[in-house]
Design a protein around this ligand. Structure first.
Ligand SMILES: [Zn+2]
Length: 260
């Protein structure tokens, strides 16, 4: 179970810098696209995230995946990659994007495993920060935020002001590339890979990021087949490899835009 939240609305408002943050706009002259990516392993420490029927913890698999992803991004894209955490420690949600902002990351990728009350629900989905368009997205957001649905709807009002800085369009494009690449990359190797698509939600962990940011739910830990997969080295390997492919496609479109 997630920790009770200390994310009161007042607290969230306090996170809004009084001065508008400088938008990190990639320089037009930069032809090589991405330089630095921050990979965020969801949860950690006293926050285990969701726990599967066989007691696998989300915080454990997100850390394993984050390390694999970082390694592959470095090797295949030649970019610098920093992790928000490289061990089992607790981090506030706001610390995660604050870190990405501080190091001036070009992308922020937060890794998670999904959970549902129905043990039969399974599949992969990728989120970017936006006003919640449906209850299901709000539920996932409430769980990942460690807050109630009510807080999520209060948050929506505040979000409206923050969205200008959230790089919605680029984040949505990054989400689409990553989601597509995961489905294409996993289907040849695993059966029952369900594409739940790209979604929008009010995720605290993406709030305040000034670079394109996505939250990836790589499987449902509440489904025993997918819980097992989450601990499977090959699955982790293929997920990481697919996310790299998605980032690569995204970077290619940045290059095209920059060269216009
Ligand atoms: Zn999570």
């Amino acid at each position: 179970m997630p920790e009770p939240s200390d994310d009161s609305i007042a607290d969230i408002l306090n996170q809004v810098p009084s001065k508008q943050p400088t938008l990190h706009v990639p320089q037009q002259s930069k032809q090589d696209g991405l330089r630095l990516i921050v990979v965020d392993a969801g949860h950690g420490g006293r926050d285990p995230g969701a726990i599967g029927p066989n007691r696998v913890m989300e915080k454990t698999v997100t850390l394993q995946l984050a390390k694999k992803l970082a390694e592959k991004l470095r090797a295949e894209l030649g970019v610098k990659v920093l992790l928000t955490r490289s061990d089992d420690r607790f981090l506030e949600l706001k610390e995660r994007t604050a870190y990405a902002n501080r190091v001036e990351a070009d992308l922020f990728i937060s890794l998670h495993a999904n959970a549902s009350l129905s043990s039969r629900t399974y599949g992969l989905e990728t989120y970017f920060l936006n006003l919640s368009k449906n209850n299901q997205a709000a539920e996932v957001a409430a769980r990942e935020n460690g807050t109630s649905l009510e807080d999520v709807s209060n948050l929506e009002a505040i979000l409206f002001d923050l969205m200008a800085n959230a790089k919605i369009n680029e984040s949505s494009r990054l989400a689409a590339e990553v989601q597509q690449a995961m489905v294409a990359g996993l289907r040849p190797h695993f059966n029952r890979i369900k594409d739940l698509g790209v979604r929008q939600g009010p995720f605290h962990v993406l709030l305040g990021a000034t670079m394109p940011s996505v939250l990836v739910e790589v499987a449902f830990i509440s489904n025993s087949r997918e819980e097992k997969r989450l601990t499977n080295k090959k699955y982790q390997e293929k997920v990481a490899q697919s996310i790299v492919a998605g980032v690569k496609s995204f970077a290619m479109t940045i290059d095209r835009v920059a060269r216009r």
